[in-house]
Design a protein around this ligand. Structure first.
Ligand code: CP
Length: 307
């Protein structure tokens, strides 16, 4: 079975091919009748052990637009609350013969664990602080749509890099596509050795966003902090928040991005989040097309008819 577990394993060509496939699906999403028979008869289970608005909804919509049967399982309303293990839960779901399990889990490597054991395709919808591959793909699709290409762009990613699976997947993807990735955030939220992935770390956020073509803001992942010393939200907004004043340091046509959920007034001022440079809702729109491509490609990319 084919899986999408992370961006780390994907080549520049693989990423380009997934983005091209997503582009070819985009038009279906604005039709009057938003449905094609491509994955008719296929069963997709969205197995979410962590909260989600965008990812779970867009995977469900993506599956439905391709005519697959999609079923959502949320840990809090499943037998996980009665103590069933991940492996037992997954094995029982496998017995119902799904074609794809889309999975979000707080443990890094959980989808890889299932991919080694189950007889179906697995798509990682976010594993701990490790990877969130379809988020990075929709981010790259959004940048490519606005800038034409990713090659040579300066992309600043600001905030809690240590606990962000979005940052990790974006660093892998953007550097592979030839972009320059700059990182800034509180010292406790920059993982030691992150430069090994090809990104450059800046002590001052203003240096990182100077001349940037894209400024990607991240929320503090409060659910993953462990013993990290946290700045107050006011301090955080002062030193690591994007506002109309420091945004002028970036290129005049810089894109402002955020994977959501946004903490308004902390990492992003409302004025910037809702301003003319923000492409946050384009990211969400592109999420559906990217997830249609992901579902289609793990099943071999040949089922049915796209038209
Ligand atoms: N960007 C993202 O993963 O959002 P959700 O947590 O709402 O799915």
């Amino acid at each position: 079975h084919k899986h999408i577990l992370g961006i780390e394993q994907l080549s520049k060509e693989d990423i380009g091919f997934i983005l091209d496939t997503a582009d070819s699906f985009k038009e279906i999403n604005t039709r009057d009748i938003k449905k094609v028979p491509t994955l008719r008869g296929k069963t997709i289970i969205n197995l979410f052990f962590e909260a989600s608005t965008r990812t779970r909804t867009s995977f469900e919509i993506a599956g439905k637009r391709l005519s697959a049967d999609t079923i959502n399982i949320t840990a809090s309303s499943s037998s996980v609350v009665k103590g069933e293990t991940l492996e037992d839960t997954a094995r029982n779901i496998e017995a119902m013969h799904p074609d794809i399990i889309v999975m979000r889990h707080s443990a890094s490597g959980a989808p890889h664990y299932l991919a080694d054991r189950l007889d179906c395709s697995i798509i990682n919808a976010g594993d701990g602080a490790h990877e969130h591959p379809t988020q990075a793909l929709l981010d790259m699709l959004t940048i490519r749509q606005h800038k034409g290409s990713l090659e040579g762009l300066k992309v600043a990613i600001i905030g809690d890099i240590t606990h962000s699976r979005v940052a990790r997947s974006d660093i892998y993807g953007l550097t592979r596509m030839g972009a320059e990735v700059r990182l800034a955030g509180p010292g406790t939220m920059i993982p030691p050795g992150i430069e090994r992935l090809g990104a450059k770390v800046y002590a001052d956020m203003r240096e990182a966003i100077k001349g940037a073509d894209v400024v990607m803001m991240l929320r503090i992942q409060l659910e993953r902090q462990g013993k990290t010393l946290l700045p107050t939200l006011r301090e955080y907004a002062k030193f690591y928040g994007l506002n109309p004043r420091n945004l002028t340091l970036a290129a005049p046509d810089a894109l402002v991005m955020h994977p959501g959920p946004v903490n308004r007034g902390v990492e992003l001022s409302s004025y910037v989040a809702d301003g003319g440079q923000s492409v946050i809702l384009d990211q969400v729109e592109n999420g559906v097309a990217v997830r249609m491509a992901a579902l289609y490609l793990v099943l071999g990319g040949e089922q049915g008819d796209n038209a």
